[in-house]
Write a protein that binds this ligand. Structure first.
Ligand code: S3P
Length: 438
């Protein structure tokens, strides 16, 4: 499936965007491990989260839905059943890495698989800490899928400093820590998204966080049982980022994006864009178990910046959208310390460089970052055919960038958008973006 996008004009309107992907995975997992009935509303019904649901159903958890509200009857921490087949996590790195923490503590064996893209992604980063905890987890020879996890009697806690800034690795260890003897302590030198910490709290699981300088240590101990909880999931800031970008780069535009998660560990993009001169306001700020706001965005003339490296982990999924903003800013934008982009659903440094190439934007790519020579606020992209490399965020960022192309642009291979943003085309059309499937 391809997207066909026509040059844009003024965008106006109010939109809601699908539920937060990170929170949805964690809610499904904790509800499945809880001791009772949990209601989850606002859950992202994208393929990634449906894969997590499917995995827990295969292990005997009863999960039903009606009108987008999910009912999960938890089996308890010790109640998962051995699945009859391999567990397929599709495209979802978050799901496979977080679930590995749970599966490593089971008294049955599992084999974990994924699609072509997930099968290329690094798994050694979770195999190492889980092995230190006593898990019997074996990746393929090059540290990728399939993962074979053998039964274990018990896990031991560890004290572990994350070698990469990764919330997935941190969360994998936290899930394993629920089953481990002793106190598990994870130190991060770069702060990453803390949705596991907040979701553990929402399910009544004690998690302590302490900071020392730039370092943050998260501590938790084994729990005997998890209480059921009802969770209402807000809109995904990462999905909102494409519409923030759309309003900024389109003439005479104003868009209100309702009820979006604005957790401080996720909104690096907001800080970066404001630093570039973006007109973005947060309205109706609220806090349930996660902070939310409505985001009001207006057309803005952007200036290039040197991106503060400390922000990279807090805007890692928004980098494709940020690169498009940089390409339409006045002057140079410099991004460093972003080599993690190479380990995502595609090599996002390469994939975005090739999109910028197709749009006629000059850049200098290096191993861990990029310099983008912006075309300025009146800049026009060349209309192009853009390869999304089967990566949802490359597809959506390129689709929005196409609003500033001189003619119609085609984005290739966009099915993957359904992993995180079902209804992307409808949401685009609602605010006046001329986009169709082709
Ligand atoms: C996620 C963490 C990030 C992010 C991913 C979701 C999570 O990955 O890119 O989309 O929900 O924990 P890393 O932890 O690998 O950086």
């Amino acid at each position: 499936m391809n997207f066909l996008v026509r040059k844009g004009t003024s965008l106006k309107g109010e939109i809601n965007i699908p539920g937060d992907k990170s929170m949805s995975h964690r809610a499904i997992m904790l509800a499945s491990l809880s001791e009772g009935r949990c209601q989850i509303s606002g859950l992202l019904e994208g393929e990634d989260c449906l894969a997590t649901i499917d995995v827990f159903r295969k292990m005997g958890v009863n999960i039903s839905s009606s009108d987008g509200n999910y009912l999960i009857e938890g089996n308890g921490l010790k109640g998962l059943k051995q699945p009859n087949e391999s567990l397929d996590f599709g495209n979802s790195g978050t799901s496979i890495r977080l679930c590995s923490g749970v599966l490593s503590a089971q008294s049955f064996a599992t084999t974990l698989l994924g699609d072509e893209s997930l099968s290329l992604r690094p798994m050694q980063r979770i195999v190492e800490p889980l092995t230190l905890m006593g898990a019997k987890i074996l990746p393929s020879k090059d540290g990728t899928l399939p993962l074979s996890i053998l039964p274990t009697d018990s896990l031991q806690s560890i004290e572990y400093t994350l070698p990469v800034a990764s919330a997935q690795v941190k969360s994998c260890i936290m899930f394993a820590g629920l089953f481990a003897k002793g106190e598990t302590k994870i130190t991060e030198e770069v702060v990453t998204r803390n949705h596991t910490e907040t979701m553990f709290n929402a399910f009544g699981i004690p998690v302590e966080t302490s900071t020392s300088g730039n370092k943050k240590t998260i501590s938790l101990s084994r729990v005997e049982a998890i209480k059921p909880a009802n969770i209402d999931i807000c809109g995904d800031f990462s999905s909102a980022s494409f519409f923030i970008l759309a309003a900024l780069i389109s003439p005479d535009s104003e868009i209100l994006i309702k009820n979006v998660g604005v957790n401080a560990t996720r909104i690096g993009l907001l800080h970066a864009l404001r630093h570039m001169g973006a007109n973005i306001e947060l309205l109706n700020e609220d806090e349930a178990y996660e902070p939310t706001a409505d985001i009001l965005v207006r057309s803005s003339n952007l200036k290039g910046i040197s991106l503060n490296s400390a922000l990279v982990a807090n805007m890692i999924d928004e980098m494709p959208a940020f690169f498009i903003a940089a390409a339409l800013a006045e002057g140079v934008t410099i991004v460093k310390d972003a080599k993690e982009l190479r380990t995502k659903e595609s090599d996002r440094l390469e994939a975005m460089a090739s999109a910028l190439d197709a749009f006629g934007v000059k850049y200098h790519l290096n191993q861990d970052g990029i310099e983008i020579y912006g075309l300025g606020s009146q800049g026009v992209f060349k209309s192009a055919e853009i390869n999304s490399y089967g990566d949802h965020r490359i597809a959506m960022a390129s689709a929005i960038g196409s609003l500033r192309a001189d003619k119609e642009t085609r984005i290739l291979d966009c099915e993957n958008v359904n992993t995180s943003f079902p209804g992307f085309i409808d949401t685009c059309q609602k605010i006046g973006i001329n986009i169709n499937q082709s």
